[in-house]
Write a protein that binds this ligand. Structure first.
Ligand code: PLP
Length: 422
């Protein structure tokens, strides 16, 4: 559920008409609903109520805006990070160091040293080679690194290939069949405190069974590791629960059902559970607000050319993702159209032969479910400045990232000396 609703014929974010934001900030612009973010945290937390005191470590990469992170810090969330940049962002927004989990397949020695010095809950290691590097880094600065191995359970997650991470051919984690050996080797290394097991099989999962299959394998591994004398105190079950994008498709499993499944499968584990939701928290809490530049006739359907493009919202080009597109002031008529951006790529297409509100030049539209993996993937391709971001709370709103200035974009480059400085 979100807080983007029609009131008096105008789409609002909470109590703010989107027309007000478009007028003040211009378009395209991302708009986030703080009430929706907070609601998703509470729903997820309630779904996990029977699991003691789990650590909910928000996957920062889904939406790293400082206002989003500060809202989540207020809600008491930790952070799952995949780079030292995300570590510093999370800390700057007020997330406690002890609630940070460091994931990612390519952590460098410098990133490890910075995170160790600043403090964290655990490193999720992805190979024995990485454990060796971390051990050396930790020994050098005389600190002990809390670690888990991320295991690759070899389950098919049923999601889009580009966001599947838990199949044997994916780059992520230690193959579960080799996990015993990896733990034994890590145990022999100095300055590591082996405390956990981690798993994350993919994103936008719409079926609980691959998650359940993965968690069962993790449970078996925990028992084996304990049998070999390791004190396993943490189990990180990752993120991945899907959110509704297309209202014509069945709803993904609810957080309640997910919580029931986890409660059933982790009974007797006697660990602190860690969860890493990203999309679930912010996906439906954002829209991309855009204006129709013009409508151009097409071979079959017309092209609705909007002022947002693939550089602002990359998901359709990258993953063939489907976003609902709605008029901010619906005229009450429908049409079929292709919705495209101005970028010079045929991939700059948001929707093909889409049944939608019959919009005209100058009308405002929103791309829904654009809170996750959206603004954060924006680029300046075609020399388009980075999209601004707005957060709404009740009847208040604030610019939480101004539109990038075209002059700043130009001045970011430097001329080499042989081209002369006039
Ligand atoms: C991306 C990621 C997540 C978050 O996935 P969602 O589908 O957004 O919940 C969690 N853990 C790890 C390790 C990730 O890479």
């Amino acid at each position: 559920m979100d807080h983007f609703d029609l009131k008096n014929g105008v789409l609002h974010c909470e109590d703010v008409p989107l027309t007000d934001i478009a007028e003040a900030v211009g378009t395209p612009v991302y708009v986030y609903s703080a009430a929706t973010i907070r609601r998703h945290v509470r729903v997820f937390r309630e779904a996990l109520a029977g699991l003691g005191d789990p650590l909910i470590a928000y996957a920062v990469k889904a939406n790293p805006n400082a206002a989003v992170l500060a809202t989540l810090a207020e809600e008491g969330l930790g952070a799952d990070i995949v780079s030292i940049g995300e570590y510093h962002r999370a800390r700057a927004a007020g997330i406690a160091a002890g609630n940070i989990v460091f994931s990612g397949v390519g952590k460098t020695a410098d990133e490890m040293a910075q995170a160790l010095t600043g403090g964290l809950c655990q490193f999720n290691l992805e190979s024995v080679e990485e454990a060796e590097m971390l051990s050396a880094v930790a020994a050098e600065i005389r600190l002990e690194a809390p670690v888990a191995f991320r295991v690759n359970p070899d389950v098919a997650s049923g999601t889009h290939a580009k966001i599947s991470t838990g199949a044997a051919h994916n780059k992520f984690g230690v193959p579960i069949g080799q996990a015993g050996e990896a733990y034994a080797r890590a145990r022999a290394l100095p300055n590591l405190r082996i405390q956990g097991v981690a798993v994350h099989i993919g994103s936008q999962l719409t079926d609980l069974s691959p998650l359940a299959a993965a968690f069962e394998k993790v449970g078996t591994l925990i028992a084996e590791l304990r049998g070999s004398g390791l004190a396993i105190s943490h189990a990180d079950l990752g993120g991945g629960l899907g959110v509704p994008y297309d209202p014509s498709l069945p709803l993904p499993p609810s957080p309640e059902l997910y919580g029931e499944m986890v409660t059933r499968l982790t009974r007797g584990w006697d660990v602190r559970l860690i969860f890493e939701p990203g999309r679930l928290i912010v996906g439906n809490a954002g829209v991309l607000l855009s204006r129709v530049i013009r409508v151009k006739p097409g071979a079959s359907e017309p092209f609705v050319i909007v002022d947002a493009a693939m550089n602002d919202l990359m998901r359709p080009a990258l993953y063939d993702a489907w976003h609902a597109i709605d008029a901010v002031r619906p005229h009450g008529r429908a049409m079929r159209a292709n919705v495209v951006g101005p970028v010079c790529e045929s991939g700059d297409t948001f929707a093909t032969n889409r049944e939608m509100d019959a919009v005209e030049a100058g009308d405002l539209v929103v791309f829904r479910t654009a809170g996750a993996y959206a603004a954060t993937m924006a680029s300046t391709y075609n020399s388009r400045p980075l999209t601004p971001e707005v957060m709404v709370s009740g009847d208040q709103w604030a610019l939480v990232r101004p539109r990038q200035d075209i002059q700043a974009l130009i001045e970011a480059d430097r001329l080499p000396p042989w081209l002369g400085v006039r």
